[in-house]
Design a protein around this ligand. Structure first.
Ligand code: DX5
Ligand code: ZN
Length: 226
């Protein structure tokens, strides 16, 4: 396992597969993540929820720091499902986050968000929820390193994939530079990953399709090659 902070812009093999630890066994998190890396995971996706932007509470900078300590070279992708993402940039930068993704629906100016994330030394991501029109994100795409198209309404793992969001991927993809990534998150599985990749996604997040199986390596290979 050898991940670096330049992973997004110099990806070894596309698509990148990012297990979301939301479906891992938190009591065995280090071993769970090691198994995911041994099985070919490119990086880890951390779902941060504040109980306001979404109706759930999950993890914060302390957990990010623990993963950084355990996996010094890992690329850590922090997905902020919070109302005020600007307030958490410094904390996650200090805790070893590499990619900080906020939402277009949150309380912030997207350009200021991208600039603040970059100033803190992280890659910047911008996410869009299923009900939000793709037009809302288009003016901001060039400022970010990664665009995340949510394929479930955020808050919980294990939800069904919403196929209507694939058209957003098709709209965004032609606007991207070679070094920008397009990520799908929510309901990504062996049955939905092909449609994601065909639409233009190069980065797949999956929680239940990896951590709710008995064989993480097979699941990760299946998502990458399926
Ligand atoms: C949803 C989170 C996702 C979630 C994905 O709110 O942003 O990252 O963990 O879970 P699955 O892959 O099970 O849909
Ligand atoms: Zn996520």
């Amino acid at each position: 396992m050898s991940q670096t902070a330049s992973l997004l812009t110099s990806p070894p093999v596309l698509p990148l597969v990012a297990p979301s630890i939301l479906s891992a066994d938190f009591a065995n998190l280090g071993a769970e993540c090691q198994e995911a890396f041994d099985g070919g995971a490119d990086f880890l996706h951390l779902d941060v929820m504040d109980g306001h932007f979404v109706p759930n509470l999950t993890m914060g900078p302390a957990l990010c720091q623990s993963l950084r300590n355990q996996f010094p070279d890992a690329y850590l992708d922090v997905h902020l499902m919070v109302q005020k993402p600007m307030e958490y940039i410094e904390d996650f930068a200090k805790a070893g986050g590499n990619l900080f993704t906020g939402h277009i629906e949150a309380d912030c100016n997207p350009k200021e968000l991208a600039d603040a994330i970059h100033t803190a030394g992280m890659d910047a991501g911008l996410a869009i929820n299923p009900p939000t029109d793709v037009e809302a994100i288009l003016p901001w795409v060039e400022s970010f390193d990664l665009i995340l198209v949510m394929s479930v309404n955020p808050g919980f793992s294990g939800q069904a994939f919403i196929p209507e969001v694939l058209s957003k991927v098709e709209t965004i993809k032609p606007l991207l530079r070679e070094n920008q990534r397009l990520q799908m998150d929510g309901g990504v599985s062996l049955t939905t990953c092909e449609a994601c990749k065909n639409a233009g996604c190069d980065t797949l997040v999956a929680a239940s399709a990896i951590f709710k199986t008995d064989d993480y390596a097979s699941a990760i290979t299946g998502l990458r090659e399926g």
